[in-house]
Design a protein. Structure first.
Length: 272
């Protein structure tokens, strides 16, 4: 609105308010004057394309970064845990190598402790997929090829560990335990009670609840209402996102690396 448009020189050109780490589902605007209020207009801000979220996220604008020089090696708590300095919600988590490799894939677990390191819970599983002849160097290279946006376009985590069905599924009324494959080791990244998308965006897309999960054997149990072929994607839901509280600890594990060349010089980024 142009200042002075309604002959009110004192009216500010615009009004600003800081609202970090919020999700704005809708904006309501209306005009008021001495005689009362005019009609209000609702502007919905939900997004139904990728990434899926119920509104525009304001985020925090910060980032926590781990840098590990040298060749990769399987290890827990690869770096000294980092303290969260300001409460914020997660925007996007990713990792990249300076020197990639075509000898295999690598897998990572970014995690958080809310009790000084006594116990840890996962923030995000991710991996760098194998690519021949040109090696991938980032955890999002493969995802971008699948239609995802790069980190700078994201307002939600990827939360896609490359999980696919390793067996065909026939629809039925009873729970079925199905075999899966993913980027790394024996980590499934699914939790009992959460919902996952099966073959999101395809003709056989459906949304199922995880009734049981066996990370060691890479299986989960659900009731499937549609048939699915081998290779159908399994994507965990990404809303709501985790919240980092001041004083929490952040760390990450290297779950699996390529061989004989594991790649080298790793950076892990946690954006808020």
């Amino acid at each position: 609105m142009k200042k002075g448009f309604f002959r009110t020189p004192g009216l500010p050109a615009r009004i600003e308010a800081k609202l970090p780490s919020a999700c704005i589902v809708a904006a309501v605007a209306g005009v008021a004057n001495h005689f009362g209020y005019g009609p209000f207009t609702v502007f919905p801000l939900s997004h139904h394309n990728e990434p899926f979220m119920p509104g525009d996220r304001t985020l925090n604008g910060g980032a926590y970064t781990f840098q590990i020089p040298g060749p990769l090696a399987v290890q827990d708590n690869v770096a000294i845990p980092m303290k969260v300095q300001d409460a914020a919600s997660i925007r996007c988590i990713y990792a990249y190598l300076q020197q990639g490799t075509s000898d295999g894939q690598s897998a990572y677990l970014v995690k958080i402790s809310r009790d000084g390191g006594a116990t840890w819970e996962p923030l995000e599983y991710m991996g760098i997929a194998q690519s021949i002849p040109t090696p991938f160097k980032t955890t999002y290279d493969y995802l971008v090829e699948q239609g995802y946006g790069r980190p700078e376009t994201r307002r939600l985590p990827y939360h896609d560990f490359g999980i696919v069905l390793a067996q065909a599924v026939t629809a039925g009324p009873n729970p079925q335990t199905v075999q899966t494959g993913s980027y790394g080791a024996n980590r499934l990244g699914l939790e009992v009670g959460e919902f996952v998308h099966i073959n999101l965006g395809q003709a056989d897309e459906e949304y199922v609840e995880v009734l049981a999960a066996d990370p060691a054997n890479q299986t989960f149990t659900a009731v499937f209402t549609k048939d699915h072929a081998v290779g159908a994607t399994v994507r965990p839901t990404i809303w709501p996102t985790p919240v980092l509280n001041e004083g929490d600890d952040l760390a990450f594990d290297l779950l699996a690396v390529a061989s004989p060349d594991p790649g080298s010089d790793l950076t892990v980024v946690i954006q808020t």
